[in-house]
Design a protein around this ligand. Structure first.
Ligand code: SF4
Length: 446
């Protein structure tokens, strides 16, 4: 059996590194996007967006191709009559919800999802949710959250959704044994892998939040130790802490190193012996390390630039630099939660350029000047940048794809090596990137 290598922080890391804070035009999807993965995770939930035709288009075009049965999301359209105050939106909403629940008895949890238009007309969805809940409980719980695009980025939709669910979690018994809660939507396959590892460690009760079914909400209380599986859950974490739960600080479970540190934080908090931990995790770690070695030959020395989009940027940058030898030209993130990301920042190479927020034109200029080998960005920037000769990776794909855990480490690396290989095949000699023409990007009007 190989010796276990402890995690070494980068020489000084980026704990106190200066951050370039930018405010300006931004390039992000709104929080409605979270419905796409959340409706697949909570299998008896329904997401009713109270919004405009634009909102309906966004959801249908982003998620429609993945629907094989009756969708579990829809949009109650606010039209001109509502906007002009000619109709009572609450009456209409009650009618829509009553019709929906009569037709879809399998729905156990209904989210009313606010949007820019519902916020503009100040439709009080929290009162609507309370009113409808009192009508439909106990068979259906109705909650609300905002997915509006004003001042948010797309992964905040999940944060808002889970935070709205926290008050519904049952209280844990005061004398209950410490229990672990994993917080953040993970693909079922990843959740199953972690469940197997936790059971092999005999770590005690483990719950996943959100659960797959609305009637399996985990209990929460002072004996709950929770581990964030995603770096974008600030409000959810605060709501759980307000219920007495204690957050375990750890890097996020991306790559072998991140996954090991994340699992170890849980194991330490739940009293699992170090030998037991190593015995359980070592085979998966070794498998993942050898799968990553193949990817490293493709990625080492390649420069990567992150535009702020998913809030996964810092954990991804840590994984790509430390386990694959990539060089970080800039790591942009929409929000930098210093407390939740502290273990990640320690591991980033000293001197990494960090930016928070966005001024898209300035950042495009820096990207063009840096001429990275690959750019991670939102859909709105990807095609224009490709047209300029850059290789890109859609950041939203990193949220839709199972990337956490040992078994997915090499798949995650491949998400970055594949576009580089593709470009190499199309342009066997390095593509000459035309000097910064702004026309292509500005043409998308974002
Ligand atoms: S940005 Fe606002 S209006 Fe546009 S789809 Fe999102 S919620 Fe709807």
């Amino acid at each position: 059996m190989n010796a276990v290598i402890p995690i070494q922080p980068a020489a000084m890391g980026c704990t106190d590194a200066p951050v370039l804070r930018e405010r300006g035009q931004r390039e992000v999807f709104c929080g409605l996007t979270g419905i796409i993965w959340l409706h697949r995770k909570i299998q008896d939930a329904f997401f009713l967006v109270v919004g405009s035709r634009t909102c309906a288009h966004l959801i249908q075009s982003a998620a429609g191709v993945m629907i094989f049965a009756e969708p579990r999301f829809a949009t109650a359209i606010i039209d001109e009559r509502d906007l002009a105050g000619l109709a009572d939106c609450n009456d209409e909403l009650d009618r829509v919800v009553t019709r929906l629940l009569a037709r879809r008895p399998e729905i156990k949890l209904l989210f009313l999802v606010g949007s820019c238009p519902s916020e503009v007309i100040k439709l009080d969805l929290s009162r609507a949710a309370q009113r409808l809940s009192s009508q439909f409980l106990p068979s259906v719980r109705v909650l609300n959250y905002s997915g509006s695009g004003i001042e948010t980025t797309f992964t905040q939709g999940e944060d808002a959704c889970l935070a709205s669910l926290v008050p519904s979690l049952p209280p844990a018994k005061a004398d209950a044994a410490p229990a672990l809660m994993v917080v953040g939507a993970l693909a079922d396959v990843v959740e199953d892998q972690f469940t197997r590892l936790f059971s092999a460690m005999e770590l005690g009760p483990v719950a996943f939040f959100p659960p797959r079914h609305a009637d399996r909400l985990p209990a929460v209380g002072p004996n709950t130790r929770f581990l964030l599986a995603q770096p974008f859950l600030a409000d959810t974490a605060a709501a759980l802490e307000a219920r007495g739960a204690c957050r375990l600080s750890a890097p996020f479970p991306l790559g072998v190193e991140g996954t090991t540190a994340w699992l170890r934080a849980a194991a330490d908090a739940m009293g699992v012996a170090a030998e037991r931990f190593d015995q359980v995790t070592l085979p998966a770690r070794e498998r993942a390390q050898s799968a990553l070695a193949r990817q490293r030959t493709q990625l080492a020395g390649k420069q990567i630039f992150f535009f702020p989009d998913s809030q996964l940027e810092i954990p991804l940058a840590r994984f790509l630099s430390r386990e694959l030898g990539m060089l970080l030209t800039e790591v942009g993130t929409p929000y930098l939660h210093r407390q939740h990301l502290a273990p990640e920042l320690t591991l980033l190479p000293t001197g990494t350029v960090l930016s928070e927020g966005q001024h898209v034109d300035n950042q495009l200029d820096r990207c063009r000047a840096a001429q990275p080998d690959i750019v991670v960005c939102g859909l709105g920037l990807a095609n224009p940048l490709e047209a300029e000769g850059f290789t890109t990776k859609w950041s939203i794909e990193l949220v839709f794809t199972p990337i956490q855990g040992y078994e997915q480490a090499a798949d995650l690396a491949e998400l970055f090596s594949r576009p580089l290989l593709r470009r190499q095949k199309i342009h066997p000699t390095p593509a000459a990137k035309p000097p910064g023409s702004t026309t292509a990007v500005n043409a998308v009007g974002v």
